[in-house]
Design a protein around this ligand. Structure first.
Ligand SMILES: C[S@@+](CC[C@H](N)C(=O)[O-])C[C@H]1O[C@@H](n2cnc3c(N)ncnc32)[C@H](O)[C@@H]1O
Length: 196
């Protein structure tokens, strides 16, 4: 884990609700997809301040994060049946094939090593388990220039503004099941992959 990223999110935790305002519309779609699935064990990596935790309706949830301050706030939003732990998504302490579903909501471009995160997710997913990746992805149209211009500043905010799913080699181990787009001018996508 990058201690700097954890430190950043420890300080940023009080401002995160402002960021969350822009993320809410896509999260509604994410939770619609998740809540219509049969009951299963679900791991959210990078659960953050957990403001969305009450939106989980169906599954047995475990949420992990490296930032203690984010987890402290998450505990306040936490329905009692959700297990919250401090853990690094790049070195998960769970046994192989422990979960039916994994959620990475605005986390994959924040961790130091997204390939390790996807490797570890693959390991702890059960066969036919699903991983939900909600994130910004650099578009192929002229809007990509916005990501390139933010590249320098994004380091200060501990995320990768230029981010292409096609460059993630570990994703080739999974099978793409569904891609949800949020309009021509949206940076966000929900990608649903299956461990085949
Ligand atoms: C942008 S926030 C997303 C929070 C939440 N999932 C959401 O959708 O609002 C990213 C979160 O990932 C956490 N994080 C960063 N690196 C991590 C890692 N290696 N393992 C687990 N969590 C990590 C940060 O502390 C932060 O809370």
């Amino acid at each position: 884990m990058s201690q700097q990223t954890a430190n950043f999110y420890n300080k940023f935790s009080v401002f995160y609700p402002l960021v969350d305002i822009f993320l809410k519309p896509q999260k509604r779609k994410l939770f619609h997809e998740i809540n219509t699935l049969p009951f299963g064990k679900l791991l959210e990596i990078g659960v953050g301040n957990g403001a969305h935790l009450p939106l989980y309706k169906t599954h047995g949830i475990t949420g992990i994060d490296t930032s203690l301050n984010m987890l402290e706030i998450a505990k306040k939003h936490n329905p009692s049946n959700i297990n919250l732990l401090q853990m690094n998504g790049e070195t998960l302490l769970f046994q192989d094939e422990s979960f039916d579903y994994i959620v990475l909501s605005h986390t994959i471009a924040v961790v130091d090593n997204p390939e390790k995160l996807l490797e570890e997710s693959y390991r702890v997913l059960k066969p036919n388990g699903k991983i939900f990746i909600l994130n910004h992805f650099t578009p192929k149209n002229w809007l990509r220039l916005v990501d390139y211009s933010f590249h320098f500043f994004s380091k200060i905010f501990h995320f990768k503004s230029v981010f292409h799913a096609e460059e993630l080699k570990t994703l080739e181990k999974y099978r793409l099941e569904k891609e949800v787009n949020f309009g021509t001018f949206s940076y966000f996508k929900l990608l649903i992959y299956c461990k085949s």
